[in-house]
Design a protein around this ligand. Structure first.
Ligand SMILES: NC(=O)c1ccc[n+]([C@@H]2O[C@H](COP(=O)([O-])OP(=O)(O)OC[C@H]3O[C@@H](n4cnc5c(N)ncnc54)[C@H](OP(=O)(O)O)[C@@H]3O)[C@@H](O)[C@H]2O)c1
Length: 193
């Protein structure tokens, strides 16, 4: 049984991207966060950046990544078709008939049953699923999210893409850890109660 973890970066006021969907507004001085990511969640370091790290980036938490088409498009727009080659990668889309990379699988049918089936698989390595975003896909998968890892950056956006696009429903999570960074960022880890 795999756990589904939504691991994402967020502004103090709850946005994962600016109103145009860009990530350029996260403060550049928080360079202690990617160091922690490489040490603790090495899977979150994309393929094209891995040469910059000296750490062992073997998968430790996840063997599957799931992202919505708008999130995947950010890689496609810069010519990258398989941004996380160390993961079994799924892209969620109704409009795509096939993905531009044979190693990237398409999820186009009923989303929740498909993700439940992936969760029910025995990975054999006790690795889980990284829900990579964005808000639309995360909102639909909320009933299946087991863990949240929220990197809170010391910035306020005022508006933008929210953490989830979903109908109101209160769901309780227990705080597991709080990692504080010298830069002012936080990494909050929660488990579904
Ligand atoms: N801060 C972070 O760590 C972080 C992480 C990830 C993403 N982001 C940001 O989040 C933004 C994208 O989030 P978003 O909410 O706009 O979009 P998204 O969730 O990434 O993708 C939405 C797309 O997914 C497809 N989709 C959604 N539900 C579906 C379903 N049930 N079945 C089939 N396809 C489905 C649709 O594609 P079709 O149109 O093809 O049907 C939809 O247009 C980007 O701006 C990105 O920068 C930030």
């Amino acid at each position: 049984m795999r756990e589904l973890t939504y691991f994402v970066a967020m502004s103090i006021d709850g946005f994962i991207a600016d109103p145009e969907g860009g990530a350029e507004s996260y403060p550049a001085h928080c360079d202690d966060v990617p160091v922690w990511m490489a040490d603790t969640y090495p899977e979150t370091i994309p393929t094209h950046m891995r040469a910059d790290y000296t750490q062992d980036l073997t998968n430790r938490n996840f063997d599957i990544g799931i992202q919505g088409l708008k999130t995947y498009r950010m890689a496609l727009d810069v010519g990258i078709t398989r941004p996380y080659a160390h993961l079994r990668q799924f892209v969620v889309s109704r409009s795509l008939k096939e993905t531009p990379d044979p190693a990237v699988e398409l999820l186009s049918g009923e989303l929740l049953p498909a993700v439940r089936a992936l969760k029910a698989e025995d990975s054999g390595q006790n690795l889980g699923i990284w829900l990579q975003g964005g808000a639309e896909v995360a909102g639909q998968l909320l009933p299946e999210i087991d863990r949240l890892v929220i990197k809170v950056y010391p910035v306020v956006f005022g508006s933008g893409v929210p953490l989830f696009s979903a109908e109101f429903e209160a769901r309780n999570f227990d705080l597991e850890t709080v990692k504080t960074f010298g830069s002012g960022a936080l990494a909050l880890t929660y488990h579904r109660r």
